[in-house]
Design a protein around this ligand. Sequence first.
Ligand SMILES: C[S@@+](CC[C@H](N)C(=O)[O-])C[C@H]1O[C@@H](n2cnc3c(N)ncnc32)[C@H](O)[C@@H]1O
Length: 244
Amino acid sequence: MGTGGDEREGTTRSTQGGQDLPVNDLPVDDRPWGGRMEQAEAFDAIGDRYDEAFPHKEGQVAAAEWLAGAVPPGSRVLDLGCGTGLPTARQLVDAGLQVVGVDLSGGMLARAAAHVPEAQFLQADIADLPAGEPLLPGSFSGVAAFFSLLMLRRSEIPDTLRAVHGLLEPGGLLALSMVEADVDDVPIPFLGNTIRVSGYLRDELRQVVTDAGFEVIEEDAYAYAPATSDVPPELQVFLRCRRG
Ligand SMILES: C[S@@+](CC[C@H](N)C(=O)[O-])C[C@H]1O[C@@H](n2cnc3c(N)ncnc32)[C@H](O)[C@@H]1O
């Protein structure tokens, strides 16, 4: 997924002082929609190149397999930041589960709907999930959050995890992956665009997840070399968690 570098690109906006700055250099409160529009536009533009750059997802497939095998047959699972729906939403539907996918990017959701027509998709910010159908409290047996929480600012991640906790039934499961990196809301060049990412070293990640009310059952890490020189090699951490 990539968390290195600090190349600045993108559109500019005028600050109150009349200075033109790249959107990604603005203080977070001055960024239009808190910077969310830029994240969505970047993923709209990235489109299929995301799957091309990250073709081998052994860790993710194994984590989704665990989730699919551990929740009750036919139960509801949420794919948070579902991207193109591949491989995860597809894999969960093929395992007989009812899948709801959420993503900010309309372009990603259009691909997901084409790849996984059996699933239900919703355009929303995972840091501000809309209350009510299909996201009713306690209505999911499992949640997959693969490389999506890292798209948030660190200050948003604990509340987002608590919201996920609230969506899960008691004993519900969370499969989570992040890139290991000690960064908060840094702009990085990513497949010809700029996205902002956050991360933790793994002890801190485990703590943040535990503090949100989850028990970490198991942890894996994979060294991952994307199939493009645009994104540097990374260390991916997968946590298998249970709602406490
Ligand atoms: C790195 S991709 C991961 C996609 C997929 N989970 C996977 O691992 O194949 C991150 C996804 O999160 C989405 N995203 C970024 N910020 C988001 C936000 N605030 N709310 C919802 N989705 C977001 C992006 O559009 C993108 O599809």
